[in-house]
Design a protein around this ligand. Structure first.
Ligand SMILES: [Cu+2]
Length: 157
């Protein structure tokens, strides 16, 4: 297996193309990164799979793409990954009032694991994070009115 490269894209490609790791039995278990792709459309939906399983500490590459055509002001999409136990209604209410911060409520900062940018049509954003705490982490789009239909889960084991 080749030495680890530090350019993230190259590293991901390498990992995707070389799956065998027979060369080291004594090193700690390292899980390959997982890629989570979310696509937001003009019907306030994340298209495709919205429930994902990851291992504790696994590197997560989350790519959000706005595949719709409506303008950002009317149909913007982001994704906010929340800690277990976060009250979604309370969070969404505060998000509503946080337009100046792209609907990321500062008062809920401690409930947010990670979030992607607010996107308009054709835009995408990629974020990297990991979650150590086991449990079901709900993610939503926090654009006003969207969290009812634009949501999913990342279950950490
Ligand atoms: Cu949205």
């Amino acid at each position: 297996m080749k030495k680890l490269l530090f350019a993230p894209v190259v590293a991901v490609l390498l990992i995707l193309s070389s799956c065998s790791k027979k060369d080291s039995d004594d090193s700690p278990v390292i899980h390959d990164p997982i890629t989570i792709e979310l696509k937001g459309n003009d019907a306030m939906q994340f298209v495709g799979t919205t429930d994902f399983n990851v291992k504790s500490g696994q590197d997560i590459n989350l790519i959000l793409t706005h595949i719709g055509q409506l303008p950002k002001e009317a149909m913007g999409h982001n994704v906010v990954v929340l800690k277990p136990g976060t009250n979604l209604d309370d969070f969404a209410t505060k998000a509503f009032q946080s337009r100046e911060n792209d609907y990321i409520p500062a008062t809920f900062a401690s409930s947010i694991v990670a979030h992607a940018k607010l996107l308009g049509p054709g835009e995408s954003d990629a974020i990297k994070f990991k979650i150590e705490t086991p449990g079901v982490h709900t993610f939503i789009c926090s654009f006003p009115g969207h969290y009812g239909t634009m949501r999913g889960t990342i279950t950490v084991k």
